[in-house]
Structure formats: structure tokens, C-alpha cells
Design a protein around this ligand. Structure first.
Ligand SMILES: NC(=O)c1ccc[n+]([C@@H]2O[C@H](COP(=O)([O-])OP(=O)(O)OC[C@H]3O[C@@H](n4cnc5c(N)ncnc54)[C@H](O)[C@@H]3O)[C@@H](O)[C@H]2O)c1
Length: 334
């Protein structure tokens, strides 16, 4: 079974790749679990890092905005995880790039899946940024999508397209609306939410973290472990399980910037930790304030998708799964 991950050199792409290589079971076209015989990691840069040197892995650098390239990588894939994207603040800062990658790129993936004629399984990563405007205290599966950023608009359009291509029988799609995935490994990225991970990751590796929002700012977060569990679980469910919208809103837990700082301190142990520098950035604050402050997905609960117990668990996962790799990255960057 060939599996394609677009954005395969990114944070979630590599996490998922490792889980698949470790033997996570995917239901194949036969309707039974099938071994992953080929795992194609596609991104603008070649994927690298621990756990990816495996004969089943092929790493390819290219542009999702190039349709011919996308057609060639989708060829023969039973499953596509479409993660390639310009993230929130990046898409807000560069309007043209955001639409090229997040909209045209997604359309290319959908068209390439359709052209295979084999009805492949497609998992698309949407975002809480698809919501916006006057929101209830917690968004639900049925809260209307009224995005207030270009990124949110691009993710919403992606969801609508995926729904229609599924309805037409061109592919079997599910869009997963993710909260902020925390703690992220690697360097801070252009997501407006990147500070949530920085507040834990940087200090624990001895580096100062810059927090561009107020201590009271709320963020709904989910650990990468639970997120990858959700990708595999969602993949293996029939698309009908996700209702006519073919979407899955994942629950996260609500935390404030201050709680992130305090929890990081609780897990610091004997480490020499960096400090948190509070440095408000009006653009980041505005984007974050426009996002939902809470999530209540009955569908995710009914289908058995789990959240983290608390923020302590999230920080413990980071220390167990990623801190060593992060220390190496930090020392190379220094
Ligand atoms: N991590 C989160 O908190 C979060 C939250 C909501 C939604 N999402 C979505 O989940 C997906 C994965 O997120 P992530 O955290 O791994 O992001 P990431 O930035 O680490 O990975 C995205 C990857 O897409 C690649 N990419 C960008 N432009 C490309 C192009 N033109 N062609 C090919 N590849 C290109 C990037 O190089 C990057 O490696 C994204 O679609 C993101 O929008 C993530």
C-alpha cells in the first residue's frame, strides 16, 4: 500500500511518518489493515530527521502548486495525507503565496486523486481558523464557518471542495479541524499560534521564549501524540462516520499563555531553563483573539477521539518524545 504525505518534511508529517513506520495499521483498499509498502514524503525540502531512514521511505522535494508534480506523486497512492500548507501568519503576510499553496495546491491534490480513478482515501488538515467572527463560547461540529483570515478562508474552501469531490465519488475525504498542536518540535514557525509551543520548548532547552500575546490569552491545544492517534483513527473510519460535512473537529484543552509558562516551570526539574519574555505583537494578538476560545465536538467524543488529560500530560509527552531531539536542534542552531 502506497501512502503519500504532502508536507512530509513538516512537524506533523514527520510525526505521522514515524508512527506508520513503527507499524500503525491503516485500512487499505481491500477493507482490511494492509502494510505500508511505500511511504512518500513530499515537501519543498527533503524530509530529514531520526526514524525516517527506512527502505520504504521516499523523500521528494517539489512544489504542491505544480500540478504535473502533484499528479506524479499521487499516482498509485491508496491514501493521501494532505498536510502541505503555508501556515496562518505566513498566509496572512503573503496573500498570493497563501492562495497558491493552500488553495491551488489543495485543488491539485483533489484533481490528482480524481484522475487516478481509484477513489483514494484523503485526509486533509483544516484548522480552527476556519471559524471566526461572533463565536459561541465553544465551537461545535455545526458552528458555521466564518473565517476572518486568508488562511482560515483557504482551509474552509478546502473543506468544501473535499466534501464535493467525496460526494461525486472521486475520492474518500475527511477534513480534520485541528486545534493548536502543542508542543511542536523544531524552530518557531509562521503560525500565529507558534508561541504556545515556544513557551514550553524554548525554556526547557535553555533558550529564552518570546511571547507575543498577553498572559490571559487562551489557546485550545492538543498534543502531537493524540493528533497522530487521531489521523490514524480517522483514516480507518468510513467517511460516512463524519456526517455530510465529512469533517472532524478535534477537541483540545483550553490553556492560557500564563498556564503554559507555569506548567513548563513545574516540569523543569534540574534543567537550566530559559526565561519567557512578554513582547506583545498586535497582529498576532488580533489573529489569536479571533479564534475560538473553546471546542465542544460531540462527534469526536462519540467516535472515540481522545484529548489530553491536562497540560501536565502534554508537557510530559514533549519531554518523553521530543526533548532530546530538540536539544540537538537547539545546540546546532546556537
Ligand atoms: N500544527 C498545528 O498546530 C496545526 C493546527 C491547525 C492546522 N494545521 C495544519 O496541519 C498541517 C500540518 O501542520 P504542521 O504543523 O506540520 O505544519 P508545518 O509547517 O510544519 O508543515 C507544513 C509543510 O508544508 C510544506 N510546504 C509549504 N509550502 C509547500 C509547497 N509549495 N509545496 C510543498 N510543500 C509545502 C512546508 O515546507 C512544511 O514542511 C498544515 O496543513 C497546517 O495548516 C496545523
Amino acid at each position: 500500500m502506497k501512502v503519500l504525505i504532502t508536507g512530509g518534511a513538516g512537524f506533523l508529517g514527520k510525526k505521522l511518518a514515524r508512527r506508520l513506520l513503527e507499524g500503525a495499521e491503516l485500512i487499505g483498499p481491500s477493507g482490511q489493515p494492509e502494510p505500508v509498502s511505500e511511504l512518500l514524503l513530499f515537501d519543498v525540502v527533503k524530509a530529514s530527521g531520526p526514524g525516517l531512514d527506512d527502505p520504504r521511505v521516499h523523500k521528494l522535494a517539489g512544489d504542491i502548486a505544480n500540478f504535473a508534480t502533484v499528479q506524479s506523486i499521487v499516482q498509485g497512492a491508496s491514501t493521501v495525507f494532505h498536510f502541505a500548507a503555508v501556515v496562518s501568519a505566513g498566509a496572512e503576510a503573503d496573500f498570493d503565496l497563501g492562495y497558491k499553496v493552500n488553495l491551488d495546491g489543495t485543488r491539485h491534490v483533489l484533481e490528482a486523486c480524481r484522475a487516478t480513478g481509484s477513489n483514494p482515501r484523503l485526509i486533509f488538515t483544516s484548522s480552527l481558523a476556519a471559524y471566526g467572527g461572533d463565536l459561541p463560547p465553544a465551537v461545535t461540529d455545526d458552528t458555521p464557518l466564518t473565517p476572518q483570515t486568508s488562511y482560515g478562508a483557504q482551509k474552509s474552501i478546502g473543506e468544501f471542495l473535499l466534501r464535493d469531490y467525496t460526494r461525486k465519488g472521486f475520492l474518500r475525504g475527511t477534513a480534520i479541524r485541528l486545534p493548536t498542536i502543542c508542543v511542536r518540535t523544531g524552530m518557531p514557525n509562521k503560525a500565529a499560534s507558534t508561541w504556545a509551543s515556544s513557551m514550553v520548548r524554548e525554556p526547557l532547552t535553555g533558550v529564552d521564549a518570546v511571547c507575543p500575546v498577553t498572559p490571559q490569552t487562551i489557546m485550545a491545544v492538543l498534543s502531537p501524540r493524540r493528533t497522530v492517534d487521531a489521523f490514524v483513527r480517522a483514516h480507518n473510519l468510513d467517511t460516512d462516520a463524519f456526517g455530510p460535512g465529512r469533517t472532524l473537529l478535534l477537541n483540545g484543552i483550553n490553556v492560557t499563555a500564563r498556564q503554559l509558562e507555569e506548567t513548563m516551570h513545574r516540569h523543569a526539574g534540574n534543567r537550566r531553563i530559559g526565561k519567557v519574555v512578554w513582547q506583545p505583537d498586535p497582529m498576532v494578538q488580533r489573529i489569536c483573539d479571533g479564534w475560538p476560545q473553546g471546542i465542544d465536538s460531540a462527534r469526536a467524543r462519540r467516535l472515540g477521539f481522545e484529548t489530553d488529560r491536562d497540560l501536565d500530560e502534554i508537557v510530559r509527552y514533549f519531554i518523553a518524545d521530543d526533548l532530546d531531539e530538540q536539544m540537538k536542534l537547539a545546540s546546532r542552531a546556537a
